[in-house]
Write a protein of this length. Sequence first.
Length: 71
Amino acid sequence: MSPLLQALLSAPLPIATVALLLRYGPSALVFLLAGVVAVLIPGKRGERALAVLRLLWAVTPRRGVGGSSRG
């Protein structure tokens, strides 16, 4: 068994749930969590969350108004 899987199985349930949601959940969840942390937590952690939010914003594809871009 991989060390990462062993650590995840031995972690408390809330930590394991968050880890699984961040890995397999929608990207909107990562945006939401990074935004909440950036706003609520001062100092280095808030700054890192803001940096993650900026990186996510830079690499996320934009959607046009109206959904499809067929012409």
